[in-house]
Write a protein of this length. Structure first.
Lengths: 319, 483
């Protein structure tokens, strides 16, 4: 049977997005925790809240913005739709709906992974253990990708999965740089100190970008080169141009299917993303990093809507 | 004292019941089980047990589970599988097969009559009230003509073998009978885990069920449709039989859909795919009539498709089973089946009913109340073995409670003589012990009827229990029909 139910395509798309979301949140928490080890203390957790527009709901439920509360909120709080636990649960529920279309290992791993997260308590979130915990969460997500990439049948379902992966990854990369960039703008006293360099390292490492960065920039390290590398180097696996290229490949792959050939899918948002992916870092800084990131994120939202409209038949809502 | 090659069965005692392996209590074991008895006899119970636990693991890993609902919770369980097969001789099967086809043929003719001229009611063979008062009677089906007059595309007829060795019908299932997935999966399990038992015995295959069902569904498609598009409509992942829906969809090679994937557009049922809307011609629906269409039936149903009935009534989509087949699998109507067979086919029933008394009739009520200790009382509306009281096994309190229920609503109850269900050797711990079994063959009808050779043998795992339903602690066995 070669046609794919719109609902299943959507399930596949969202499994990828939710797991990617969870992994990136683990990275953000990890890098924030690293910065918080230095003297800046509690105030460093606020950007994470701001990122998700969570300041109000967090304060209402937890009050004090400290490492313990933020970690709880973003890792194990099942009522927070932005938490890792929530994301992995959502991924699993999407997988449940297409259990008959994915490999047994893909389902099993997600199930086991979720049960592990659901079993975490405050005791597991002590500041000293947080980095190790984030690494484990990341690994769980990466195990998922490995299994999916190694076992999923390469038909439409796979293409939607890849679309979900790279749309989310692109979005999350911009967030990672955005919240850290301004935190990283040096105070006069910090420039060139051990703290300064340590924080750039931390950002690069949280993005798994350090080894690639050092190949391109063996000696320098400035806000511009680091941000530029992460956002715009086409060979970096999490960059905007890399994601856009993968998104384009997935769209081409999709439209190559016999039952989708008749569709037209050439959203403007994708063209604009392609254009934005080609900027150099100086242009971005002149324009304003935050404004640039905003534009990218908006185009990604529009792209998601175009996909939902064309392929998920969003216009035929339930009666 | 015990012959070496029957160590496994050395102290097996069928307790006076007919045994599927050893035959009548007083006689010699039947020839058709010779081979398997010899092969099993070579195994020690411990070996059998070890190999059996491997099949349990496999069931769990494959996710062949079902959901048991009770008052407290819903738990996913693996349906217990017993590795000692239940074997049916070719001669016995001939009777079962022809009896089932006869029964399903009569049922289809009955339903067609009920929704057209109602001759059987006018001739007083079946009380009109029994049909028109049945909540599953669908007035809106009147006058709708279906291809080949086939209403029941998939039927499950529950049979039991009595102490005299003859199969009798316990119950007809004409709406959404389930369990066939276990039939096929059990066979695959046995072939993988016990190739030494299954090879060169000449067992009729069951793997083509999906293909046969698909063919029948294509046959009942709206006339004129060249390559009918078939789907399986399921209530979704949280339904207790979901595993079977997945299984069947895969075996038939058809999409597994839910109500929300379908939409009525342009006068036809359409399926929402990534490439747009695709017309659907045949729906194998595993959803009760009530929930199929919120416009026509229960308006609060979220499982169905708005406007589906209208498309169905105008013949632009086929449904299997048809709407309104519940008039035929009512436990009270069951008592009239021998007469229904005679009425439409001018034949005697090949498979007898179990002697049944209807409490809606004064004589039946009087007889039932006077003999509660010897009878099995069943509510007409329930399924899954719930509400059944087995007189000879019940406590005084249970019988008193049942009596009160019957007196309060006699029309809702029937009683039957307790059938001495046949037993089958079953692995219990480290021993082989007899456990009661039943048999549910599956009959597919498109243009013609076809019976899957075998069917689901359900086994009551609790010692002495006669209740075989999965929802109440039953298990299954592989069923072998010999060539």
């Amino acid at each position: 049977m070669s046609s794919l139910l719109a609902r299943f395509a959507e399930n596949s798309f969202w499994i990828a997005r939710y797991v990617e979301r969870a992994e990136n949140l683990a990275r953000i928490i990890d890098v924030t925790e690293t910065f918080a080890r230095d003297e800046h203390g509690e105030s460093d957790w606020t950007p994470v809240l701001r990122l998700h527009h969570d300041e109000e709901s967090f304060t209402a439920r937890y009050g004090k913005v400290d490492a313990a509360n933020v970690a709880r909120y973003y890792i194990i709080d099942e009522q927070n739709p932005n938490s890792i636990r929530y994301s992995i649960r959502a991924a699993r529920e999407n997988a449940r709906s297409i259990r008959h279309l994915i490999s047994l290992e893909t389902w099993t791993q997600l199930n086991v992974f979720y049960n592990w997260i659901a079993g975490l308590t405050r005791r597991n979130l002590k500041l000293g253990d947080l980095s190790r915990l984030c690494a484990e969460i990341k690994e769980g997500c990466q195990l998922h990708y490995g299994i999916a990439a190694g076992t999923l049948y390469r038909d439409q379902l796979w293409s939607f999965y890849r679309l979900g992966t790279f749309i989310e990854l692109c979005d999350q990369t911009t967030r990672l740089v955005d919240i850290k960039y301004h935190a990283l703008l040096p105070r006069a006293t910090d420039v060139g100190t051990a703290i300064d360099v340590a924080q750039w390292n931390a950002l690069l490492r949280s993005a798994s970008a350090y080894h690639g960065y050092r190949r391109v920039y063996p000696q320098e390290m400035t806000p511009a080169t680091v941000a530029g590398f992460i956002l715009l180097d086409p060979r970096f696996a999490r960059s905007i141009p890399h994601c856009v290229r993968e998104i384009r490949n997935s769209v081409t792959g999709l439209l190559g299917n016999a039952e989708l050939k008749h569709l037209s899918f050439a959203p403007k948002a994708l063209d604009e993303l392609g254009e934005l992916a080609g900027w150099d870092v100086d242009k971005v800084i002149d324009y304003g990093l935050h404004e640039y990131v905003d534009r990218v994120q908006l185009r990604l939202i529009e792209l998601g809507e175009a996909i939902a409209d064309t392929f998920f038949l969003a216009r035929y809502s339930a009666a | 004292m015990v012959a070496k090659n029957s160590e496994l069965f050395s102290d097996y005692d069928s307790g006076g019941y007919y045994c599927e392996m050893f035959g009548a209590p007083a006689g010699r074991p039947p020839a058709h089980t010779d081979k398997i008895r010899k092969r099993l006899g070579r195994l020690k119970a411990a070996t059998l047990k070890r190999r059996a636990s491997a099949t349990d693991r496999e069931l769990f890993n494959l996710g062949i589970t079902f959901t048991v609902y009770s008052e407290k919770d819903a738990i996913d369980r693996v349906l217990p599988f017993d590795v000692i097969p239940r074997i049916i001789s070719a001669a016995d099967w001939k009777i079962v097969e022809s009896g089932c086809i006869q029964r399903v043929t009569a049922i289809n003719k009955f339903i067609q009559d009920v929704y057209h001229k109602q001759k059987i009611l006018k001739d007083g063979i079946v009380p009109t009230e029994l049909v028109t008062g049945n909540p599953n009677y669908r007035r809106e089906m009147h006058g709708i003509d279906l291809p080949f007059g086939t209403y029941v595309t998939v039927a499950g007829i529950d049979l039991v073998r009595d102490t005299d060795g003859r199969f009798k019908v316990l119950e007809d299932n004409a709406r959404t009978p389930s369990g066939v997935s276990y039939v096929v999966e059990n066979r695959h399990l046995m072939q993988r885990a016990f190739p030494d038992l299954t090879e060169k015995i000449g067992i009729r295959q069951v793997s083509n069920y999906g293909m046969k069902l698909r063919e029948a569904l294509a046959e009942i498609a709206p006339p004129g449709v060249k390559k009918p598009r078939i789907v399986l409509l399921s209530p979704g992942v949280f339904n207790s039989a979901y595993f079977e829906h997945v299984f069947l969809a895969r075996e038939m090679g058809v999409p597994l859909v839910e109500g929300r994937d379908l939409i009525v557009d342009g006068g036809y049922v359409q399926m929402k795919t990534t490439g747009g809307l695709l017309q659907v011609d045949v729906i194998y629906r595993r959803i009760d009539d009530k929930f199929l269409d919120p416009v026509q039936f229960n308006p609060e149903s979220m499982l169905g498709v708005r406007g589906l009935f209208e498309v169905y009534a105008t013949g632009r989509v086929a449904l299997a089973n048809a709407i309104g087949t519940g008039v035929a699998d009512d436990k009270a109507l069951y008592a009239y089946m021998p007469r229904i067979i005679r009425y439409y086919l001018s034949e005697d029933a090949i498979l007898d009913n179990v002697e049944t008394h209807l409490c809606r009739e004064p004589e039946g009520l009087a007889y039932t109340l006077a003999n509660m200790n010897e009878l099995v009382v069943k509510p007409v509306g329930e399924s899954g073995g719930y509400g059944v009281v087995v007189g000879p096994r019940a406590t005084k309190a249970e019988i008193a409670e049942a009596r009160a229920r019957i007196e309060a609503n006699p029309a809702n109850y029937i009683s039957q003589t307790m059938v001495g269900l046949s037993v089958s050797p079953t692995l219990v711990g480290n021993r082989i012990e007899p456990r009661h079994v039943d048999l549910r063959p599956y009959i597919i009808t498109g243009r013609k009827s076809w019976v899957l050779p075998g069917g689901l043998t359900r086994v009551a795992l609790r010692k002495g229990s006669l209740v075989v339903n999965s929802s109440q602690g039953g298990g299954t066995k592989d069923t072998w029909v010999l060539e």
